[in-house]
Design a protein around this ligand. Sequence first.
Ligand SMILES: Nc1ncnc2c1ncn2[C@@H]1O[C@H](COP(=O)(O)OP(=O)(O)OP(=O)(O)O)[C@@H](O)[C@H]1O
Length: 338
Amino acid sequence: MIKLENITKVFPSKNGDVTAVNNVNLHVKKGEIHGVIGYSGAGKSTLIRLVNLLEKPTNGSVSINGTELTSLPPEKLRKTRQKVGMIFQHFNLLKTATVYDNIATPLKLLGYDKQEVKKRVEKYLKIVDLAEKQNSYPSQLSGGQKQRVAIARALSQEPEILLSDEATSALDPETTNSILDLLLKINEDLGITILLITHEMNVIQKICDYVYVLEKGEVIEQSSSIELFTNPRKHTTKKFLDTISQRKLSASLISQLKLNGTVTRLTFIGENTGQPLLSQVSQKFNVEPNILTANIMELKNGIVGNLVIHLVGEPEQINASLQFLNEQGVATEEVEGE
Ligand SMILES: Nc1ncnc2c1ncn2[C@@H]1O[C@H](COP(=O)(O)OP(=O)(O)OP(=O)(O)O)[C@@H](O)[C@H]1O
């Protein structure tokens, strides 16, 4: 559905060229939700703007439904762009227009007649649960409601793809959740493919099927969400995971605990709390496992559990216990003090 191949974007500047996006490949299949996560300056905004050619790539190709966009004549590009809706961090609503007109105006400009415009505005306001606000002005709405209007406006052009540029970054956690629920509903009920950029791991956790970690313009790690949450490889990915789980323990505590054992993170898929396995470990081997932190993360496609344990015992017994846990499908990772 969306395919970026070897995409690079270089901005020339007085102090030398800036490579905002460097040789990125990305493939979003129909009906999936993919997320790009990265810190400020990683190149996220540039990357998402390359998808509908709001930025022209310096190198590489962008295809939507098999159509290569970079070589399309303007009229055909305009038509293809209509398949791609976009929502933004700051909503981009017209302050002087009512909710109704914010959605209706772009439709009128596209040439739809009055009846069709009315039908669509009402249909999509209902989908975003704001039917009663059509005569309000943006200043009379909360942030979450403004984003709902922006979503209705994007949907009213009946796109196949929705691009989300930090759509929840300006919202509080509860409102963020309700907007993410709405995006899930849109994806499921209307079959719309979603590509989003974010710096918030909870957004990835809640709605993404697949994740790309972007750093200095490059994708440094990519995988299904479940794989990323169970087996993060890069330091940056682990730092993002630290923001949503109690993965961090103080360095001094870890050093102290390591005097008579190891501190190990166990990650497993499913609701199993890990407790029965730990009982087996202490029965089979001469070790004593103590749970230091525990949490369960609900992802879009499953549940990932995380336990940090202090395993007390002789090194050979500890190694044998860890091997046993690996054989049971539990990922183990030694926790370092930072
Ligand atoms: N029009 C431009 N001209 C020159 N440099 C640019 C331009 N747009 C972006 N950049 C540079 O490209 C790099 C990536 O910027 P980009 O805005 O894509 O990152 P980001 O991950 O979206 O960051 P943020 O979350 O802060 O918006 C930065 O170094 C930025 O300064």
